[in-house]
Write a protein that binds this ligand. Structure first.
Ligand SMILES: [Zn+2]
Ligand SMILES: [Zn+2]
Length: 103
């Protein structure tokens, strides 16, 4: 049986828990190494990688685009995700202008 243990993140130096669920997952995948980063540093690295690959200006060819009405200027905008109506959707210009409010 596994038991959760505390590890030290090599990026931020914080202790984090290597949970039983994660240990089982690692064992299932055949990983022998313990994670060397805490979940938030792992997430941050993942986000960085995604941002590098899927740049706003670059590589969006294979993504489905959805037509929506921009909540900023009322123009038709194309966005790479299905809007669920729970938050405003902006065209790329308004998105840039509003990016400080949008999150
Ligand atoms: Zn960390
Ligand atoms: Zn707009």
């Amino acid at each position: 049986m596994f038991s959760s243990k505390m590890l030290v993140c090599k990026d931020c130096g914080q202790e984090f828990e290597f949970t039983v669920g994660e240990q089982e997952f690692f064992a299932e995948k055949g990983f022998t190494n313990e994670p060397s980063r805490c979940p938030s540093c792992r997430q941050a690295r993942k986000n960085n990688r995604n941002r590098d690959q899927g740049n706003w200006s670059g590589n969006r060819k294979n993504r489905p685009m959805y037509e929506v009405t921009c909540d900023g200027c009322g123009q038709i905008a194309r966005v790479p995700f299905q809007p669920d109506g729970s938050r405003p959707v902006y065209c790329s210009d308004c998105f840039r202008n509003n990016s400080s409010y949008a999150r």
